[in-house]
Design a protein. Structure first.
Lengths: 369, 226
């Protein structure tokens, strides 16, 4: 029996003005995140995947389909790559209404054997675009434009979505809203996606695997909680620190707080957080900053903090300026990163295997989606 | 003698026809010069602009040699006669050649105002190059293209030098607004010359005003990032 091809098989060497983008990656994540600071080559990487960047040296294979093989002089044009590209500035077609924008990739969708009405209806429902359909795109707000750009990409029947900084140009209120749409798009349409962002939290919320690019070079790759605690990467992302992002389901509404059970293969772990407004049994994506967590060697009593999780330290690493301790909650439950000082590690004699209690306040838990 | 009214109507007709003749090739050349890189691009660009800087009479003389008996497009070379010289067709040819540079330059600017990334966007949505052109580039450049057509029309309306060389100045047959002013002035008919001048001024102002307005709208709506 033949094995399914890897989703992404990429080997790029793209000369840029200040450095070369050199990246080699092979893997099959359903959603791949690309992290890096501004000007590190992230957008160029996306443009290479889209076929919009012309260069002479490289190889791109997506799902067994060769898009670029410079050694053989093969280069698939962007129109034949079957991608849905959502650039940072949306690039909606001006002088048209939303419906016309959404229909601009209809021909390809039909050629792909899909039912346009079905996909169109699905996109409108998922992204709540019904009331915008007859509006000219010039009259849309930033968040609405983002949703339309996403809808336009989805309505072209793509086999890969490319999202360039999908939340960067939105204010913080809108970010949460659009992030929830992105999560819905990922879960409803199940189209593989590559998300480029300089925000680790967005990538943790959306992606199963992260590539980190710095000055055109791939410096780390792997699952988000491993990559973003890597010493080199943590420094790049230090502005926001590290956020523990968890998928969960709302178990109970309890006054002004909710109880959410975190998704885990082995052990159910529940945390208390401010009322989410999410229905019981529905999915919730929440986060806790690693520097909002504290550790105790004994189970604390008489504390006002409502969350106290027993766990075991599985690693301690020095990120340069801070110590990051990885904690496995319960018996093989979800992992958490706790930021500590060297003094705390020394005084508490923390080491791999130490049994500890992670403590955090209800209000330290943020609901992302 | 032919009335001023007939001269004006006939000139407007010929100018309109010239714009029709140059519209499609003009757009094609403008788009190529604006968007594509190809060997000899600068040569093509210079050739297209040449009629703008040459004396119109020189262009007329060149056309005369091209359509002459043994010219490049003459009856002896082609085996059949276009019967152009000294006819209304010669007026249209002269006007088209003289209006072509200004049409192409304005249309090129119009395409230049369209953000090429919007065209890239179209490609990523599966559009063919032709479809990107017709459904993205052309609609977004439309105001600028209308401005190009109007400027081409205005140039044709005012064309004199090349026209008199290959079409002559035959009242009721090949006489245009410009050559009618010249004739009236030469024979001392100030009243006719003044009336024709006013028509030229009004038509010219209306066209230039409209193109200015369209150009401003084009810049705002072209979609190019500032």
């Amino acid at each position: 029996m033949s094995e399914a091809p890897v989703l992404f098989d990429i080997d790029l060497n793209v000369p840029l003005q200040e450095f070369d983008l050199e990246l080699e990656y092979s893997g099959s994540p359903k959603s791949l995140g690309v992290f890096g600071v501004s000007g590190s080559g992230k957008t160029t990487f996306l443009e290479c995947l889209a076929g919009l960047k012309k260069f002479d040296d490289g190889r791109i294979v997506f799902d067994g389909e060769v898009w670029l093989e410079s050694a053989k002089g093969k280069r698939t044009k962007p129109m034949y790559r079957n991608i849905g590209y959502v650039p940072q500035d949306y690039l909606l077609f001006p002088k048209r209404d939303v419906r016309s924008n959404l229909e601009s990739g209809k021909k390809r969708l039909l050629e792909n054997g899909l039912e346009f009405e079905e996909v169109f209806g699905n996109a409108i429902e998922t992204l709540e675009l019904q009331s915008l359909l007859d509006r000219r795109v010039e009259l849309l707000s930033g968040g609405e434009r983002q949703r339309v750009a996403l809808g336009r990409a989805l309505c072209s029947g793509p086999s890969l979505l490319l999202l360039d900084e999908p939340l960067a140009s939105l204010d913080s209120g809108l970010r949460r809203k659009i992030l929830s749409y992105l999560v819905k798009v990922r879960d409803v349409f199940e189209i593989p996606m590559v998300v480029v962002s300089h925000n680790p939290i967005e990538l943790q919320a959306l992606c199963g695997e992260i590539l980190v690019i710095s000055e055109g070079k791939l410096i780390a790759a792997g699952p988000p909680n491993r990559v973003f605690t890597d010493a080199g990467v943590f420094e790049l992302a230090k502005e926001g620190g590290f956020e523990n992002v968890f998928n969960g389901r709302v178990l109970e509404h309890s006054g002004k707080t909710d109880i959410v059970c975190l998704e885990s293969d082995k052990e159910e772990t529940c945390i208390r957080l401010p009322a989410t407004g999410i229905g019981i049994g529905d999915k919730a994506l929440c986060s806790i900053a690693s520097d909002d967590l504290m550790l105790s060697l004994q189970e604390p009593v008489g504390l006002s903090a409502r969350n106290c999780l027993r766990g075991r330290i599985v690693s301690i690493s020095d990120s340069g300026s801070r110590i990051l301790s990885r904690l496995s909650v319960g018996e093989g439950g979800p992992e958490m990163i706790v930021e500590l000082t060297q003094d705390a590690v020394d005084d508490l004699k923390l080491a791999v295997g130490s049994e500890v209690y992670a403590i955090f306040k209800t209000n330290s838990v943020r609901i992302l989606v | 003698m032919e009335s001023i009214y007939e001269t004006v109507i006939r000139t407007i007709g010929w100018a309109g026809l010239s714009v029709v003749v140059i519209f499609v090739p003009g757009i094609a050349v403008a788009y190529l010069l604006s968007r594509k890189d190809f060997p000899g691009k600068h040569v093509v660009s210079a050739l297209v602009t040449l009629p703008l800087v040459l004396p119109p009479t020189a262009v007329g003389y060149l056309l005369l040699t091209v359509f002459a008996e043994r010219g490049l497009l003459g009856p002896e070379t082609l085996g059949f006669d276009f019967s152009i010289l000294l006819t209304w067709k010669a007026v249209v040819v002269a006007c088209s050649v003289m209006a072509f540079p200004i049409f192409v330059r304005t249309a090129k600017l119009a395409f230049g105002e369209v953000d090429p990334r919007l065209e890239d966007m179209g490609k990523t949505l599966g559009m063919s190059a032709w479809r990107v052109f017709f459904s993205v580039s052309l609609p977004l450049a439309s105001r600028g293209l209308v401005a190009a057509a109007l400027l081409g029309f205005a140039r044709s309306m005012g064309e004199f030098g090349a026209t008199v060389i290959i079409a002559g100045n035959i009242p009721g047959k090949t006489q245009t607004l410009a050559s009618a002013i010249f004739t009236a002035q030469q024979r001392g008919d100030d009243a006719s010359a003044t009336a024709l001048l006013w028509v030229a001024l009004l038509v010219g102002f209306a066209i230039v005003y409209t193109t200015e307005w369209l150009s401003m709208r084009q810049s705002r709506e072209g979609g190019r990032r500032k």
